[in-house]
Design a protein around this ligand. Structure first.
Ligand SMILES: CC(C)(COP(=O)(O)OP(=O)(O)OC[C@H]1O[C@@H](n2cnc3c(N)ncnc32)[C@H](O)[C@@H]1OP(=O)(O)O)[C@@H](O)C(=O)NCCC(=O)NCCS
Length: 283
């Protein structure tokens, strides 16, 4: 049953009575009200805006130096030199963590183990970068080699979280050895924002994973993989300086994504040539 306050809010939103409508109009006016900023104040306000974001920087640095770094070093089996830590990583469970030199943790990192195996190990190599809101599930081993870049909001997992078999899920059974498979991200690889690296996957040296990809199979060295599930879209040379694009058809990608797309592309191209524009909504 709706509370008295909820029903009053509902009546105001609907504007049931003249009084309700008056309250709604006033509330809208208050929500949208702005103080006009004279142009002469703009330079001063611009400085104030920048200062607002720079003031916390020395404080965060001090907090990292005196509190975050010592605590995290205490939790790690090994902590290298010159490690930069934006926020205290959260290690849920018994994962043993090894961190190399010059590693940068830009924000919140969560490492979780389900306490299935002895000595689950997370190794982070020298100069690796771990973005904000990265989550790592480590039940056996996750290795992030030197110079790897992991963008924000990525997830790396060596176990799916629950057994695939319905019976085992219902019985709340522990995973079998085959269901926990180590993950390795090799030297110099770059994992795009929001990607998911699944169990058993090896990302080859210097490879790139496109943003928001779901990687279910190994990615060869110096290749670019993207999509859900990730497919190899480019093959690279060993020095990573040039790439050969794999045609969409050859990689089984859907070229035409909705009926009439090809026709629309032709119309847009001819409109662009004529110097006018066609709205997709007009088709
Ligand atoms: C993977 C990436 C580097 C490729 O860039 P690129 O070399 O310029 O590649 P292209 O734009 O030529 O794309 C090649 C093909 O891959 C596809 N592709 C690229 N990125 C993709 C992605 N994230 N998901 C799905 N497909 C993708 C393109 O659609 C294109 O397919 P097509 O040939 O069928 O048209 C880039 O798309 C990317 O995702 N960068 C990560 C950005 C990021 O996360 N930054 C965070 C800050 S560290």
């Amino acid at each position: 049953m709706a509370s008295c306050l909820e029903s009053t809010v509902l009546r105001i939103k609907r504007g049931d009575t003249p009084a309700c409508r008056a309250v709604k109009t006033t509330a809208r006016w208050i929500l949208k009200a702005n103080i006009p900023v004279p142009r002469t104040f703009k330079p001063l306000l611009r400085i104030a805006y920048d200062v607002r974001f720079y003031i916390p920087v020395p404080w965060r640095r001090l907090k990292s130096l005196l509190y975050v770094h010592p605590l995290f070093a205490g939790r790690c089996e090994w902590m290298g030199k010159r490690v930069q830590i934006g926020a205290l990583p959260r290690i849920n469970g018994h994962t043993q963590v090894y961190v190399g030199d010059d590693v940068r943790f830009s924000g919140a990192l969560v490492v979780t183990s389900g306490r299935f195996c002895d000595h689950p190990t997370l190794r982070i190599g020298d100069r690796a970068f771990i973005g904000d809101r990265v989550a790592i599930t480590c039940n056996r081993q996750v290795v992030i080699e030197e110079d790897v870049l992991i963008a924000s909001a990525c997830r790396i997992t060596d176990y799916d979280g629950h057994p695939a078999s319905l019976e085992q899920r219902m019985a709340n059974a522990l995973p079998t050895a085959d269901e926990i498979r180590s993950v390795r991200i090799c030297r110099g690889a770059w994992i795009g924002q929001g990607s998911l690296i699944m169990k058993g996957v090896t990302i080859g040296e210097g490879a790139i994973v496109g943003a928001h990809s779901v990687v279910t199979h190994d990615v060869p060295p110096h290749a670019v993989a993207a999509g859900v599930p990730a497919r190899i879209v480019k093959e690279g040379t060993t020095d990573g300086s040039t790439y050969r694009t794999i045609p969409a058809k050859a990689r089984g990608a859907e070229v035409c994504r909705y009926p009439g797309e090809e026709e629309l592309r032709v119309r847009i191209a001819s409109a662009v040539n004529r110097g006018s524009s066609v709205s997709p909504a007009a088709t």
